[in-house]
Design a protein around this ligand. Structure first.
Ligand code: NAP
Length: 523
């Protein structure tokens, strides 16, 4: 515990521990939370604009991907008029919120973190049902959301001290960070709580107000976050909850002249569209919009001939099939040096076949369903392509039933430039590629348009150092999996078509939502 005279007394930042589901007591807590969630399914969630509730027709229906007959809840789907209202309300709230001290703004985040901690199993249970996350994946998502709140709350207190400048005779000089204005936060469904919480909380703690547009697949989890922010006492209009179809209201909110910045996480296609539209100046607009875009990945784990092969096989399976491969950081390519290739293929197959597929709410499930019908169809198409491009090692099919279940699928002998080696599949499909040697493996690892995460399994120091210099990804790991970056520990963001490398959960992140004002007074 640290004590600072006159400052908020805060424990030192540390990551929220994940729950250990090998302990029966945690499984019991999750099962109880699932019961609670069951009793609340089917509720309707309105838009919340300036603290007022609004409805619309038609509504967004959120479906359980483990059982598509079940509706998790419905949400209002914003119209363009309602989107306009949300932007106006955010602009009005900005006039007072920008003058609220950093310390007070941070306080709302700490309070929201405390509420989230108290409701941890409940929030995780909503994600089990709405996103198809197994217990550990859902719990990690909630933990990460708590981390973002705790971390950005602390970061703003640091940033509030301003930029260090040198003294100059006869003047006082300072350089302070001030907010930008109204922001639009557009989030994906794959970390429905963590990413939405991180993107929105960073923007508001920096003094901005936002229009928060969650992904349509996971509106209920997003509504729960809004509930928590309201419970934390956040003033009306600071966060305006605007579920709605990206296709219908996306362009409108991105192009709006009163919007100062867009904080987006999602696919490359949508991200590039936002980048283009935000670059055009709308009538009445008097600033250059700032865009923070975090997009897709095609992430590689390299296995050298001098490596712990069992550890590599374990990490490849975990990184490729954790949350059904639906992570931007998921391993979708294993590039293996020739000498150990055949052995590794066997080990990956064996490890993958141990994974248990089932409904996300079954405690023993490793691999749950993919998010929706569109993903289910698209991934199966890629599997068909894979059957032409590689040798099917395991999986390749679906599990019949009322969920979107696709078997963890491994293709070996895939060429580095094959479709399944280049395009983001965002599902449980792994391409295994043979490399002549370590240099060839590095070359293959860098041959996509993305640059998000990567990992290298090697015991060879020289090669590790070479990969540190040459493997061009935003998050590079050695001798461990390529997923699971921790807030404050492994700042996260990608190169190339993976995004603007914003490094969420890093000390520079809040700078993206501020502008520096240099102030001099002649004495
Ligand atoms: P997506 O289809 O791009 O959707 C992301 C968000 O954009 C959703 O809220 C969506 O709304 C909205 N949207 C859709 N069309 C829009 C438009 N024309 N204008 C503005 N917004 C629009 O992505 P996703 O399927 O949700 O998420 C998966 C993708 O996210 C993958 O590519 C993954 O790699 C990437 N991702 C990247 C990171 C990272 O940190 N780099 C992290 C997580 C995920 P609707 O839901 O209403 O369509």
């Amino acid at each position: 515990m640290k004590f600072h005279g006159g400052e908020i007394m805060l424990p030192e930042y540390k990551n929220e521990p994940c729950s250990d589901f090998s302990k029966q007591e945690n499984v019991t807590l999750m099962l109880e939370a699932l019961k609670l969630v069951d009793s609340r399914k089917g509720a309707h969630y309105p838009l919340i604009i300036g603290g007022e509730r609004y409805n619309s027709e038609p509504v967004i229906k959120s479906i359980n991907p483990s059982n598509y007959d079940e509706v998790i809840g419905t949400a209002a789907s914003a119209t363009v008029e309602q989107a306009e209202k949300a932007i106006q309300c955010a602009a009005k709230a900005f006039e007072s919120w920008k003058n609220v001290s950093a310390r007070e703004r941070a306080g709302y985040l700490f309070k929201a973190a405390a509420i989230l901690r108290r409701r941890k199993f409940e929030l995780s249970a909503w994600m089990v049902e709405e996103a198809g996350k197994n217990f550990s994946e859902a719990d990690a998502d909630t933990s990460e959301a708590i981390d973002f709140l705790e971390y950005y709350g602390r970061q703003i207190l640091d940033l509030d001290k301003g930029m260090k400048v040198y003294p100059y005779p006869g003047e006082t000089n300072e350089c302070i960070y001030i907010p930008l204005g109204v922001g639009v936060v557009i989030a994906p469904w794959n970390f429905p709580l963590a990413i939405l919480t991180g993107m929105a909380s960073a923007a508001i703690v920096s003094g901005n107000t936002v229009v928060m547009k969650p992904a349509s697949n996971t509106v209920v989890v997003a509504a729960k976050l809004m509930e928590i922010l309201e419970e934390a006492g956040l003033p009306d209009g600071v966060v305006n909850f605007l579920p709605g179809s990206g296709g219908l209201i996306g362009d409108y909110i991105v192009k709006h002249p009163m919007v100062r910045f867009i904080n987006f996480t999602g696919s490359k296609g949508v991200g590039l569209r936002i980048s283009k539209l935000a670059g055009e100046v709308s009538p009445g607009q008097k600033w250059i919009k700032k865009v923070v875009l975090e997009m897709g990945g095609k992430d590689t784990i390299i296995v050298d001939n001098e490596a712990d092969l069992q550890a590599a096989a374990d990490s490849i399976a975990v990184s490729a099939f954790g949350f059904q491969g639906q992570k931007c950081s998921a391993c979708s390519r294993a590039v293996i040096v020739e000498d150990v290739y055949d052995k590794m293929v066997d080990m990956i197959k064996e490890r993958t076949e141990k994974l248990k597929m089932g409904a996300a709410r079954e405690p023993e499930t490793n691999v749950g369903p993919v998010i929706d019908k569109a993903a289910y169809m698209k991934i199966q198409k890629y599997i068909e392509t894979g059957k032409k491009e590689g040798r099917l090692i395991t999986g390749g099919g679906i599990q019949p039933g009322k969920g979107y279940f696709i078997q963890p699928t491994v293709f070996a002998d895939v060429e580095p430039d094959a479709v399944i080696a280049q395009e983001e599949i965002f599902g449980p499909v792994l391409a295994v590629i043979k490399a002549r040697d370590f240099d060839d493996a590095l070359r293959i690892a860098n041959n996509t348009e993305y640059g998000l995460t990567g990992a290298v399994y090697s015991k060879n120091r020289t090669r590790i150092e070479k990969a540190k210099r040459e493997f061009h990804v935003g998050n590079l790991y050695f001798n461990r999996k390529c997923t699971g970056a921790l807030v404050g520990v492994q700042p996260f963001g990608g190169f190339n078509m993976s995004g603007t490398d914003s490094k969420a959960g890093g000390a520079d992140y809040l700078l993206l939502f501020t502008q520096a004002k240099s102030i001099t007074e002649r004495l």
